[in-house]
Design a protein around this ligand. Structure first.
Ligand SMILES: Cc1ncc(COP(=O)(O)O)c(C=O)c1O
Length: 388
């Protein structure tokens, strides 16, 4: 009997989801710093008051909601609202498509990038450490990954990336995170961005900016600075945006893929290409989260901005408490922004945290600070100190 399933290689479980499940099953007294979800003090996924405000009105809205197939590019009001968050310059023309979260936006933009570079040019430069799923999404899109060091001497560095850029002799892509770097929390300064863009400007390259944490470092417009810098240089710029964190709607799988283009004719071509790509992947993205984001941005943008301010304040307090309660060698790793930090712990120490202290973080030391209640940060620090 023909049995092709036996040809499948043994699947490797995603290490992040595997350890996240282990942590959840360990019970409420475990400390879970694994999956990148912002938790409230009760250990539930945070819900933004702006989103609650919109949900309260949604029943009425849903009666008039269009339940037929949406446009392949998604809800126009959602795309307009998000492109305004990404870029405030009215002179820019942006092609966009709604996606299934930031990951879907990456999958779409990587396929567009492939078409822009030409089939024979399949190199993408990825500064590492990167978000754990960056390499898989690039590989599934057919790219060959060129790694370059993102961290040198404990801080974010552009030197190794620039060196790798300079070596490129044919068109290539580069995948960079806009801010609140996952996994390190350490971002490039404006002047580091400028140096890197100087190098990129002389190359045939497409820059893909992953913007999964807009509003988690500073005000949303400030956080978009690297996008502005790329555009000032006239670089071919693609952006992937996620609502998972900054509207706290992880399960609604809401995101946007965008491309800065020359004019409306190019916009039409790119949006048509985006439509073809998404049709070949899974057709249109779900619209419920898009409707929520569009309504939040239309009806209560100030409440949303205040939700983000509160989220930033919580993260800052937690980082500060960790800085005060951990030895000085942790200082660098905790000096960043956003939900993550990469603690200077060995795999052995991380395993001891798990086995002896029911404290779960990733093997490379990445911790999701946003996942741990403020009331338990002291306890977390004691547990870390016990394995040093
Ligand atoms: C850097 C980065 N990019 C993209 C994503 C994917 O976002 P989403 O959950 O919306 O697919 C994440 C999520 O953790 C991330 O950290």
């Amino acid at each position: 009997m023909y049995s092709p399933f036996s040809n499948l290689p043994t699947p490797k479980p995603d290490p992040l989801f595997a350890i996240g499940t282990e942590a959840r099953l360990a019970g409420p007294d475990a400390i879970n710093g694994t999956l990148g979800i912002f938790m409230d003090e009760d250990g539930q996924s945070l819900v933004f008051p702006s989103v609650v405000q919109i949900l309260a009105h949604l029943e009425k809205h849903l009666q008039g909601f269009n339940y037929s197939y949406p446009l392949l590019t998604g809800l126009p009001k959602f795309r307009d609202a998000v492109t305004k968050l990404i870029c405030q310059d009215d002179r820019e023309v942006i092609a966009s498509i709604a996606s299934t979260g930031g990951t879907g936006a990456l999958a779409i933009n990587l396929r567009l990038m492939k078409m822009l570079l030409g089939e024979e040019n399949n190199n993408i430069l990825l500064p590492v450490p990167a978000w754990g799923n960056h390499a898989p999404v690039c590989t599934w899109a057919g790219f060959n990954i060129l790694e370059a060091p993102y961290i040198e001497n404990g801080t974010a560095s552009v030197d190794g990336v620039i060196e790798t850029v300079k070596k490129q002799t044919k068109p290539f892509g580069i995948l960079l995170q806009v801010g609140c770097h996952n996994p390190t929390g350490l971002d490039y300064t404006s002047s580091q961005w400028q140096s890197l863009l100087d190098a990129l400007q002389h190359k045939e390259c497409v820059v893909l900016l992953d913007f999964a944490y807009q509003g988690f470092k500073g005000e949303p417009e400030q956080d978009a600075e690297p996008i502005r810098l790329c555009r000032e240089r006239g670089l071919t710029t693609l952006v992937t945006w996620s609502a998972s964190k900054n509207h706290s709607i992880y399960g609604l799988r809401t995101g946007l893929a965008a491309a800065f283009v020359k004019d409306m004719s190019e916009q039409k071509t790119v949006e048509g290409t985006y439509s073809m790509i998404t049709r070949g992947l899974h057709s249109a993205a779900p619209t419920f989260g898009q409707a929520i984001v569009a309504l939040v941005q239309e009806r209560c943008p100030e409440v949303w901005r205040s939700d983000l301010r509160d989220a930033r304040a919580v993260l800052k307090r937690k980082r500060q408490m960790m800085l005060e309660n951990l030895p000085s060698e942790f200082q660098n790793s905790l000096s960043g922004f956003g939900m993550f930090a990469m603690l200077p712990l060995t795999e052995h120490q991380v395993n001891r945290l798990k086995l002896e202290h029911k404290t779960y973080i990733l093997l490379d030391g990445r911790i999701n600070i946003a996942g741990i209640p403020e009331t338990r940060i002291g306890e977390l620090c004691e547990k870390i100190a016990a394995v040093l």
